[in-house]
Design a protein around this ligand. Structure first.
Ligand code: IVH
Length: 660
């Protein structure tokens, strides 16, 4: 009876892994666990038709996806307003007391990860989604199944949605970064970024290796289970088999208790195995919650208190100037590495000479490094009382640290005017390979610089020539066949990128990722853009004279023409790949004319919407025109349309049809 044995094995494995991962209390040895697991795996291989959706063997991930499907949340996934000090806590409590007598609050650690929604049907996990914009999220079920602390089957056969935080423990974060360091990949800045990056992997096998965790804290419809208090929701989640912060969550009924809890948790914070960034306060009684309701954005019955920015002292060893892609010089503070708010930090930008002078930052000073959550670490101030007598004011460099050219000053910044300064060249390579540009995995700062210095990469076209040096590269210290193969594969993949990535990667001045997308959508391929006139470009809303000039200049330069021809020879895609294309019946194969000023969107945007829906835009009205979309003060196209009896659509008509 394989079915019966398989059910037994699933029960044993799910129970023991619950004991191990959720309760942190293993009851069997690793060897025993592995034996059960292998037995189940073999049975599933032999009887694939009997494999169950809640089988723990699903936790290894599955086939890679090409994209995440969108899902609409059954109840919107809101978040709370943030507050930062005791006064705001008191104000929150006073506000609640205006409508509720003697309110009670649950106090819960504010987990620093990303929120996720899990849907169970008859106790079986059927869907997991990211928060997204709160209304629509992404389906990450296959990835979430790899998270050991997410039960694949609950202790009860109920339909329920559970929300909580997907996060990465410090342990797993450190391991992931060690691995990345070994593979020359850019390190994760903090556990939250690591968790977000891992759960949004199209290849769930990668997610499975990252050891994510899930902390449950919320049931959107608790009344369906007879629950009357948030504290009971937390209890219920625990009973269902979820990991909850049951030893840290608390109920309180006064501001004093809340403050004491915050102080206490602040002290425990350093020793917790995961990152938290504050305390979440929720009115405990669900009847009270219902009474308080929501503002247009957030629940009135809860709030998120955020811990203050963390400040740490360290010693400034060096002010090191780096040269950017445009030749801009940036002074950086290099100091003894310190842990600040969950990340290890050893350097911070000092922006420019004035910034250093204003704060009077000197090498040898004891400095205060400050960081809060997402915020990039900064040198907050100098501890002047700890300055020794022999430290000297900083004198800004006058020559490029890389090529020795005399620097020039423009406004607050110094620049290296040497167009072929090697630093600028290496920065161009780093930029080209970066995530928002060509996204060539594995080519972070260090490797681009090394390959540049060794002569393998002189300009961006050399990425596509690297495979000719494969044998040589494999002999370099720190590389093997596998890592070189991975690099070459990422390079090969980047050839198929849509135009906007290439455009951004080429590093045209003033053309950031957003503008690149706009241009790619409008011109459709690189050659058409390269031929566009200044007037044509400057005419586009959001482009303007400065950017238009920079684009025209770029494509006129002989060295850029050579680069583009080489990239063409290497087989790079030069076309815009439209991922917004979604046919709408009213538009497919039909021709539209736009006239007059539209109110809520520009004519260009409307044109794009029409094309994305499968239609065409023409500049003149003829018998073939399907409809004319008319804004304010329309021109002769409007009268012509009337005379030809062509349907006239208002902006509202148009938007209604296009939104269908
Ligand atoms: S309850 C209506 N409980 O912090 C909000 N959220 O602003 C329901 N978070 O986006 C969420 N720990 O990602 C809740 N114990 C906790 C939390 C928590 C962290 C996150 C969550 C949410 C934000 C709250």
């Amino acid at each position: 009876m394989p079915e019966k044995r398989m059910a037994e094995l699933i029960d044993i494995i799910n129970r023991t892994s619950y004991e191990y991962y959720v309760l942190d209390m293993p009851t069997i040895t690793d060897q025993e666990y592995d034996d059960y697991y292998m037995e189940l795996l073999r049975l599933e291989e032999k009887y694939p038709e009997l494999k169950r959706v809640d089988s723990p063997t699903n936790r290894v991930g599955g086939d890679a996806l090409t994209k995440f499907e969108k899902v609409i949340h059954q109840t919107p996934m809101l978040s709370f307003d943030d507050i930062f000090n005791e006064d705001e806590i008191r104000a929150f409590d006073e506000r609640i007391r205006k409508s509720i007598n003697n309110p009670e609050y649950t106090l819960e650690p504010k987990m620093d990860g990303l929120s996720g929604s899990l849907i169970y049907e008859k106790g079986v996990l059927v869907r997991a989604a990211t928060r997204g914009d709160g209304v629509t999220g992404e389906d990450i079920t296959i990835n979430v199944k790899t998270i050991r602390t997410v039960p694949l089957r609950l202790t009860r056969e109920i339909d329920i949605e559970v929300r909580g935080e997907i996060y990465m423990s410090y342990d797993s974060f450190n391991k992931a970064n060690k691995e990345r360091e070994k593979n020359n990949q850019p390190l994760f800045a903090n556990p939250r970024n690591a968790a977000a990056g891992s759960v949004r992997q199209l290849d769930s096998k990668i997610t499975a290796k990252r050891n994510l965790d899930f902390m449950a804290y919320f049931i959107p419809n608790p009344e369906d289970y007879g629950i009357k208090y948030q504290s009971d929701s937390l209890e219920f989640l625990h009973e269902l088999g979820f990991k909850t912060n049951y030893n840290l969550n608390k109920v309180a009924s006064s501001v004093e208790e809340i403050n004491a809890y915050i102080a206490d948790l602040g002290e425990k914070r350093e020793s917790l195995p995961f990152a938290i960034d504050g305390v979440v306060l929720k009115v405990n009684s669900l009847a009270d919650e219902a009474k308080l309701g929501f503002t247009s954005r957030v629940p009135r019955w809860g709030i998120a208190y955020k811990f203050p920015a963390v400040e740490v002292l360290t010693t400034l060893h060096e002010i090191k100037c780096t040269v950017g892609r445009t030749g801009k010089i940036t002074p950086n503070a290099i100091f003894s590495p310190v842990h600040v708010d969950g990340s290890l930090v050893a350097k911070a930008t000092l922006h420019n000479e004035d910034y250093i002078k204003d704060k009077d930052i000197r090498v040898g000073d004891v400095i205060v490094i400050r960081k809060a959550g997402d915020v990039i670490p900064e040198v907050k101030e100098v501890k002047f009382e700890r300055r020794s007598e022999d430290v000297l004011p900083y004198i800004m460099i006058t020559k490029c640290p890389i090529c020795g050219t005399e620097l020039i000053k423009k406004d607050a910044h110094h620049f290296c005017p040497n167009e072929v300064c090697p630093a600028r060249e290496a920065e161009k390579l780093i930029h080209f390979a970066s995530r928002d540009a060509m996204n060539i995995d594995g080519f972070g700062d260090a490797i681009c610089e090394d390959f540049y210095n060794m002569g393998y990469l002189n300009d961006v076209t050399d990425f596509y020539h690297l495979k000719e040096h494969k044998e040589e590269l494999m002999t370099l210290e720190g590389f093997g066949e596998k890592s070189i193969n991975n690099l070459l594969e990422s390079i090969e993949n980047s050839k198929h990128n849509s135009l906007e990535r290439l455009l951004f990667g080429l590093g045209i001045r003033h053309v950031g990722a957003k503008k690149a997308k706009l241009l790619a959508k409008r011109y459709k391929d690189l050659d058409t853009l390269a031929k566009a006139s200044f007037e044509d470009l400057a005419d586009i809303a959001d482009i303007g004279d400065i950017i238009a000039l920079s684009i025209v200049d770029f494509f006129n330069k002989e060295e850029n023409k050579i680069i583009i021809e080489k990239l063409r020879e290497y087989g790079l895609n030069f076309a815009y790949i439209n991922d917004d294309y979604h046919e709408i019946e009213d538009f497919v194969g039909k021709t539209f004319v736009l006239t007059g000023a539209l109110e809520t969107i520009t004519r260009d945007e409307a044109g794009l919407l029409i094309e994305n829906a499968g239609g065409k835009v023409s500049s003149s009205v003829s018998a073939k025109t399907y409809a004319v979309i008319v804004g304010d003060s329309p021109g002769s196209k409007y009268t012509k349309a009337l005379s030809l009896n062509i349907p006239i659509w208002s902006e509202k008509d148009f938007l209604e049809k296009i939104n269908k």
